[in-house]
Write a protein that binds this ligand. Structure first.
Ligand code: FES
Length: 165
């Protein structure tokens, strides 16, 4: 988003106004902004603070606490590796390490080409199919290290097809 342009300021003010009668509007405001722009940088948090009177510290705390919110733009494909207990005991650490190695990024980072973001998640409620990985909401059950290679290769080849189509 960079420096906020007039259209973004108007849009964010409009989102804040949408919930002005709510007792605790912050989560709703931030969710709408996240959905609209894909991330919530500091200058947006400052604007929300000015509009709502909620301190920047509180807003920053919420944005950084929930993995759904992001301070930086996310990649086209957001890979969420569950590191909850059930997934962990079934090898989730090796799975996320393999994603890291293949993509050359650490959890919380995005690849330079903007294609992949890697996130470490707490339990996503799919313990029966541990270790679980979610990519843009699609859940991959019982993920193994060799499957990580296949999944990344298939996303990359789809991407190449899109580019050359
Ligand atoms: S611990 Fe991974 S889905 Fe529950």
């Amino acid at each position: 988003m960079g420096k906020l342009n007039a259209a973004a300021v108007t849009k964010i003010e409009e989102i804040c106004d949408r919930y002005k009668d709510e007792k605790t509007p912050l989560m709703m405001i931030l969710s709408d902004i996240q959905n609209e722009y894909g991330y919530i940088p500091l200058e947006v948090q400052e604007l929300v603070s000015e509009k709502t009177g909620i301190s920047v510290a509180e807003i920053y705390g919420v944005v950084t606490f929930y993995s759904f919110f992001s301070l930086t733009p996310k990649g086209k494909y957001v890979i969420g590796c569950c590191l909850g207990t059930a997934c962990y005991v079934k090898g989730a650490q090796q799975v996320i390490d393999r994603f890291s190695e293949l993509l050359h990024i650490k959890p919380g980072e995005t690849t330079e080409d903007g294609l992949f973001t890697l996130d470490a998640l707490r339990c996503i409620g799919a313990c029966g199919i541990a270790p679980a990985v979610s990519i843009n909401g699609k859940v991959y059950p019982k993920m193994t290290v060799p499957q990580v290679n296949e999944v990344i290769a298939s996303y990359r080849s789809n991407e190449e097809k899109e580019v050359t189509a």
